[in-house]
Structure formats: C-alpha cells, structure tokens
Design a protein around this ligand. Structure first.
Ligand SMILES: [Zn+2]
Length: 395
C-alpha cells in the first residue's frame, strides 16, 4: 500500500502545477482531463469498473452496486482553487485507492461493494459554484442554472463540457448513481490546526459550518488618474475598501469569518479610475444567524447570493462508529467541526449517511501551496480509512 500511495502521489504531482508550486486544476480543462485519465487508469489497474455519472463525477467500483446492492463509497475531488495546494481533494482520492489496496493485501472480502468517487468541480474555481458535481448529482443545483454558469472568459459550463468532449445535453441529476451509495466517507486534509493541538494524526468530522457566497457590483465613473480631482471622482474602489472593512468588523462582532478574495475591476488600468468593481464575499460561522447578521450589515451594498450551504451535522452514531474504527484501540479518533465545505456535506443534505476523516495538517494552511500533511500521517489516514471501510463492509 505504501508504494502504491507514493506512486500515485508522484503521478499526480506535476498535473496543473505552476512554477511557484501552486496548483491550477479547474473543471473541464486540459488539466481536468489529465486527472480524469489518471483516475480511470487507477481504477483499471485494480480491475475496478469506472463509470461517469450524468453530473460528470467519476466512480470506480470494487463489486457491482447494481447486482449486489448499494455500496460504501469513499473519495473526494481532484480539482483545486487557483494557486491551491496538493492535498485538498487529491489526498482523499489517493487514500481511497490505497485503502482498497490495503484491504486486498489483508485479504478482506467486503460484504457489499466499495466505490471510489472523484467529484467534478468541487472548488467552483472556474464557474463560481462550489461542489457543482455533487450538487448536480443530487439535484441541489438545477441543471438549467449549472449550464448557464460562466467563467471569467464568458465560457458557459455547457460550452466547457462540450469542448472537453462530454455531452452537455445529458448533464443533470442522476438518481441511479445516487442509489448505488449506501454510505459515503470522505477523507480530507484538515484545513486548520485542530489535530495539531490534539496531537493526533487523524480525526472525524462532527459537522460543517453554514457558509455562503455573495456577489457585489459597485459602479462608478471611469476617468483619468492624473487629471480628475479627488472631489470629482466616483471611485467604486473606495466603496470596495469600505465594504471590506465593514465585513471584517461585522464578522469580528458576530463571531463569523468574512473574506473578499476575488475582485474584478473594469477597466483594470493602473492610471484609470475604475468604472466598475465586482467583488465576491465568502462568509461562514458556526451559527447560521451569525452569517446572516454579517450579510445584513452589508445590505447597503446590495449583495446578491450566489450559493448557500446550510449547517451540516453529520450522523452522530455513524461518526462515533467511524471514530472507533479509525482510532487506536484505547482512543477513538477525535471529533472536529470545520468551516470548509465538502462534497460530504452535499451527500449528507441528500439524506445519505455520511462521515468524514481528517488528516493532520501541520501548517493548518489550505488553498495555498503551503498546505501539507506528513507522509506518515497520510499513511495513518489510509489505515484509518481502510479500517473504516472494513467496519462498514463487515458481515
Ligand atoms: Zn476539498
């Protein structure tokens, strides 16, 4: 298992990596195609069947979920944010294949099929909606809305899918693919330092904070930076500065997190006062009311909601079972909640029993090249995942 883990990791490493070490793996691009090819090859190498559902997600199966009933599915995503790290997503998919390898080395005979999934466009980096693949699959994202999403170049999702050689017309929810899933377990690198503080390599998720994205359009008047007196300017960049300050203060006041990490400036010239600034606000908190409180303080900027994910509270009995299976004999894996969204949250919302495993991240950094997990912790994660799969597929 350790050698297959290392080999898979090494194969994925160069795909979509830029010179500064950051990853650019966006949905329906050449990098995405290379990652899909890699996934299909890993499935084939293990004699697992590989299918793509109507939402563009890939599934590899050990056993036949149509003949033998729904299975236990693990996996994650292979796409990244702009300049993302190597672990967010791929660790879950690589660990899934390595866990299957370990179970086979141990001679395990699962009582039901085991599936590995790679979900399309989890980060929403290109089209702005997170967990597009899993939301489309479950019907949480209407297909008409998905197809009309556009990237920064004005390319619609429908066009991008077509250009990637897939059939955009057949895109949509897939009840049949969903019926094959009895339980979903996603392994993910921790996006914080909870496990560092607990001095444990692997944890189990108790829940995911509610979170949402809002778009704000600020309008001004384009003019010359050298000839327009300050008091005659209508500069929307100043409004953006105010918005960011207000969001920050409101977040601090209400115990939330608020981030403006994406801005589009028109015309985006050094010597031009902008005519328009579009900005995106990401807001999350442990309590739903805190998110609403922050956004309502920005009402004067008329934010438009782009996505909203209600709080996720994972099934406590399943979490306890996974914590026992994934932990040490005398110490179950610790429970943690997280402010980061995941496909697992979408599955939970669709009524599928769902759990998550986290692997320790010494920097706590995520969505950046410094995102990291020690190899020993990654291998501990594989063993924890394999033990979980064995527990969930025991007779
Ligand atoms: Zn992720």
């Amino acid at each position: 298992m350790t050698s297959t883990f290392d080999t898979m990791w090494a194969e994925l490493e160069p795909i979509g990596r830029s010179a500064d070490g950051g990853y650019h793996r966006f949905a329906w691009t050449a990098e995405d195609a290379a990652l899909r090819e890699w996934f299909a090859a890993e499935a084939a190498r293990r004699g697992m069947s590989c299918v793509v559902d109507r939402a563009g997600n890939q599934w590899a199966w050990w056993g036949d979920p149509d003949a033998d009933g729904p299975g236990v599915v693990t996996g994650s995503h292979l796409d990244s944010v702009p300049g993302g790290g190597a672990f967010d997503g791929p660790l879950g998919v690589v660990s899934a294949f390595a866990a299957v390898d370990l179970l086979r080395e141990q001679g395990w005979t699962p009582s039901r099929p085991i599936g590995i999934a790679a979900f399309a466009d989890e980060e929403g980096a290109r089209f702005g909606v997170a967990c597009t693949g899993s939301r489309l699959l479950t019907g949480a994202l209407p297909v008409e809305r998905a197809l009309a999403l556009t990237d920064a170049d004005g390319v619609t999702l429908a066009e991008a899918v077509t250009r990637a050689g897939s059939d955009a017309a057949s895109l949509g929810p897939d009840a049949e693919a969903l019926r094959r899933v009895a339980t979903f377990v996603e392994l993910h690198v921790e996006q914080g330092r909870g496990l560092i503080h607990l001095d444990r390599p692997v944890g189990v998720a108790s829940g995911i904070w509610p979170h949402g994205r809002w778009r704000v359009t600020l309008t001004g008047a384009a003019n010359h930076a050298g000839t327009t007196p300050l008091d005659e300017r209508r500069d929307p960049m100043l409004d953006l500065a105010t918005l960011i300050q207000v969001a920050r203060q409101a977040a601090a006041q209400h115990g939330a997190l608020a981030t403006v990490g994406k801005v589009e400036v028109t015309p985006n010239g050094v010597n031009a006062i902008p005519s328009q600034v579009r900005a995106w606000l990401d807001c999350r908190a442990r309590e739903e009311a805190a998110v609403h409180a922050v956004v309502s303080e920005l009402a004067g900027f008329t934010p438009t909601g782009e996505s909203w994910t209600p709080p996720t509270v994972f099934d406590a009995a399943l979490a306890a079972r996974v914590a026992a299976a994934a932990g040490e004999p005398d110490a179950p894996a610790p429970l943690l909640d997280t402010g980061a969204g995941h496909d697992a949250g979408i599955f939970h919302a669709a009524g599928i029993p769902t759990a998550m495993l986290f692997v320790r991240n010494p920097t706590g950094i995520s969505h950046a090249p410094a995102e990291f997990a020690e190899r020993d912790d990654c291998l501990a994660g594989v063993r924890a995942l394999a033990a979980t799969l064995a527990n969930l597929t025991s007779k």
